[in-house]
Design a protein around this ligand. Sequence first.
Ligand code: SAM
Ligand code: DTB
Ligand code: SF4
Length: 351
Amino acid sequence: MTALRHDWTREEVLALFDLPFADLLHRAQLTHRAHFDANAVQVSTLLSIKTGGCPEDCAYCPQSARYATGLKAEKLMPLDAVVDKARQAKAAGATRFCMGAAWRSPKDKDLGKVAEMVGAVKALGLETCATLGMLSGEQAQALRSAGLDYYNHNLDTAPEFYGDIIKTREYQDRLDTLENVRQAGLKTCCGGIVGMGETREQRAGLLQTLANLPEHPGSVPINRLVQVAGTPLAGTALLDPFEFVRTIAVARLLMPQSMVRLSAGRAEMSDELQALCFLAGANSIFYGEKLLTTGNPDVEHDQALFRRLGIHPLAVVEQSSTVHADIVETDALICGSGGCGGDCGDTGLAA
Ligand code: SAM
Ligand code: DTB
Ligand code: SF4
């Protein structure tokens, strides 16, 4: 087992980025295999419960009301529609259901509705996650009481590049929300986006900041920018795919016990690039045809990719506050194997 560190220097992180590709991947593989089954991947499904019309100015985001992206703003979804989507996600093989809202922070009247959704999704036997913007301590506690397992709130990028991307809230606001989430006993899901025109040093700065948080996030989503026409970042030079794989490998080395999620951007990646990401230590994906507003590989494609790579999905057995002890590899997720007792039919996710 690798000791967990929270004192990484920028130089140390950059030295990992600078390793020859094969050496970096070898080290990441050793660390990954010391903590996880390297052939097991956790699957989460996302749902946008409140789409578009957001007052914030995040330069990557199609949901900001400031940019003409053609996205229609919608109201908060009704409870029964959310539960239907969660049921479908479970039937398709997801173990975690993440509800996202295009808010700067939730209003208390909306938080009560989201709390109801969390309780209903949890009752289906899914792990629950929400990403609703900034949270106060009381709001985090209310969500925890409703049955929320994870809260997603990303740092997005290095502190020194952050002001180029977002001006409507501070980096410290994000750190404060993460603290409120931890204090409430929720597990954190926290990562960022690469391919926004940042330097390697800034990619190292994002990972350094994540690893030096008081606790490593339970899940670390590494998003590759999905370029959406109308947003300020549309047209940004594409990141070298090998640099993306390096970012995953360094995340694995810095946060050995966290689930590293190969997040947004998979629809634009080849199967071979995704396989390299799994080799570099990614062990979680978003699963289902849509992320929040943009596309994701279709379920059949991911099922085939898992079969071709001999990857099997992970399922939840018990709740725990530690970073990954609540996840075990299992076939019980797969209907037809006799474990889940559900009525969804064989998902085909297992090889
Ligand atoms: N509105 C809330 C907030 O920003 O905290 C929650 C939803 S927001 C869409 C969640 C995360 O999605 C962002 O922090 C960002 O990391 C990611 N994201 C949004 N647009 C993206 C894009 N075009 N490409 C990659 N990641 C994106
Ligand atoms: C995260 O880090 N990535 C997800 C989730 N957390 C909420 C969101 C990706 C969004 C990609 C753009 C979209 O579909 O709107
Ligand atoms: Fe709003 Fe979140 Fe998009 Fe920023 S990332 S514009 S806060 S929905």
